[in-house]
Design a binder for this molecule. Structure first.
Ligand code: BG6
Length: 515
């Protein structure tokens, strides 16, 4: 029997599956076109969309950067990136020749008004050639310091201006701001030129299939939602562990650290999706309104409380990495306990944990339910049955696991935990998950901002993170602990959760050596 397929994507007016809706004719302009993100993610995503037939017929990409390149050398560079990083490769689909023809390069200094004038002329020329209908998506993939000047210059030459049915949109990469004041200021600068409805602040975690499935899991099934609250849930853990270290990003990372790099955005996004109330509709406004309500209800961790609610640690060889400041105190690992002061979650701790140079790359959300209220089966003195745990395995072994007690066959009533498991690969096949950037770029081209962060949301996230960072800079800071690369973080983090009578959950695969 074929599997039953239901469409739960937002039903567009024409009734077609939104994911198959082809965007309007348009041009994508990427600032930072010679950079790493463009080569590794943006171009591969655009190319995979082309292969899937999801780009409009009338389409072009303009790469803008300072490097000296011409159209042909840009195409060559893009092709190399696609061959290396794309889900779909040029020799696997027939889209490459047309895609290559639609690629253009524009060399410009980001603060030079002349470069924007000539960009305007180039766009008009391309528009005439491909018939892009003056629709334009700007993508800021430069160092964040350049965002204000690019936005300002786009405004000055009128490129942000929408006329009639033509749209102009802008995607802004993370990090959006360095702290709350800078995020507020950046929002202000952006809003001087673009209306909020034109702005798409990207957090690529929201483009991951498994993260979107968190919404489907919660709100397209009736069995879990009644349990999804303080009456049945003991606590929630959100873990994003990475096996990589700093790489070659010292300039950025040493000033960001795990808090700005991972918690302010990715972890808080997972947190809001786990905790939010059901939106009435799946659209940008309803979804983001609910996420905002969660952020507003977070009990603030005041700077003087950071020792109680947070751990900060650094992997031991971090200070030897090229480019970091001597004696740097940047945290590469953190564990945080957050509470949400609302009816659903009052006094249910959410433990957020992330670190670099850990044994494995794993992203998971584990929900631990409460113990049974009364146990009729006899246990050895001091024994307790493990509570049920639901683990949403976001990557790399994408799936969902539910642990529950089962009777061990044989005499007596002995029990053991077993798992009910869903694996994407088993049900949907290998390599079927599109890259997050494919989904998000397509959404932006279609004008759907549901999976992008709204201006107020980003500021609220900084409101949670800022006091912690301030505390870490103050006399109240918990001491920086060092952990060995390849271990699951400092033993202090074990004590942190043990003090609450709980343990770290590895629901999507047990920790290996080095714990
Ligand atoms: C980025 C961070 O936003 O996310 C990186 O800057 C991190 O430090 C990366 O490695 C993790 O993303 P993913 O998709 O590989 O989990």
């Amino acid at each position: 029997m074929p599997d039953k397929v239901s469409t739960v994507s937002p039903a567009p007016a024409n009734g077609k599956d939104a994911l198959r809706k082809i965007p309007d004719p348009c041009v994508v302009v990427i600032f930072g076109a010679s950079g790493d993100l463009t080569a590794r993610k943006l171009m591969p995503a655009l190319f995979s969309l082309a292969c899937e037939g999801l780009l409009p017929e009338h389409f072009a990409v303009v790469g803008v950067a300072r490097s000296e390149l011409d159209d042909d050398s840009f195409r060559q560079k893009v092709k190399e990136g696609i061959e290396k990083f794309s889900r779909l490769k040029p020799d696997e689909c027939s889209a490459w020749p047309k895609f290559a023809e639609d690629l253009h390069y524009h060399q410009a200094a980001y603060d030079d008004p002349a470069g924007y004038m000539s960009l305007g002329k180039l766009l008009a020329k391309i528009d005439k050639k491909v018939g892009a209908g003056c629709n334009c998506l700007f993508y800021l993939s430069t160092p964040p310091l350049l965002y204000p000047v690019i936005v300002e210059q786009l405004g000055k030459v009128g490129l942000a201006q929408q006329t009639g049915d033509n749209w102009r949109r802008i995607i802004i990469e993370k990090p959006f701001g360095y702290d709350l004041p800078s995020a507020i200021e950046l929002n202000r600068q952006v809003h001087e030129v673009f209306e909020e409805s034109q702005v798409y602040r990207i957090d690529h975690y929201l483009g991951k299939e498994t993260v979107q499935n968190l919404l489907v899991f919660r709100f397209a099934n009736a069995i879990f939602e009644p349990l999804w609250n303080r009456n049945y849930i003991d606590h929630v853990q959100i873990m994003v562990s990475e096996d990589v270290g700093l790489g070659s990003r010292a300039g950025y990372y040493d000033t960001a650290g795990v808090m700005r790099d991972m918690v302010q955005n990715h972890l808080l996004q997972l947190f809001t999706l786990t905790a939010m109330e059901p939106p009435a509709e799946f659209n940008a406004t309803s979804l983001r309104d609910e996420k905002v309500k969660v952020l507003k209800a977070v009990r603030p961790i005041r700077p003087e409380e950071v020792g109680k609610y947070t751990i900060r640690a650094q992997y031991r060889s971090y200070r030897d990495e090229k480019g970091v400041a001597p004696g740097t105190e940047t945290a590469t690992y953190t564990a945080i306990k957050l509470y949400i002061d609302n009816w659903r979650w009052r006094n249910v701790p959410f433990y957020l944990r992330s670190g670099k140079a850990l044994p494995d790359k794993v992203t998971e959300i584990s929900v631990q339910f409460r113990h049974v209220p009364h146990l009729m089966f006899p246990l050895a003195p001091g024994d307790q049955l493990p509570p049920n745990t639901l683990s949403l395995c976001l990557q790399p072994n994408e799936g969902i696991q539910l642990s529950f007690e089962t009777k061990i066959p044989g005499a007596g009533m002995r029990t053991r935990s077993v798992d009910m498991t869903f694996l994407y690969e088993q049900d949907f096949g290998k390599n079927t998950l599109p890259d997050a950037y494919e989904r998000l770029i397509l959404d932006a081209l279609q004008g759907d901002a549901a999976l992008f962060t709204r201006g107020d949301e980003i500021e609220l996230a900084w409101r949670i993170v800022d006091p912690i960072l301030q505390g870490w800079q103050s006399k109240h800071a918990p001491s920086l602990i060092f952990y060995e690369s390849g271990t699951w973080g400092p033993s202090k983090a074990e004590e942190f959760i043990k003090a609450d009578g709980r343990e770290w959950i590895y629901g999507c695969g047990m920790p290996q050596d080095g714990k």
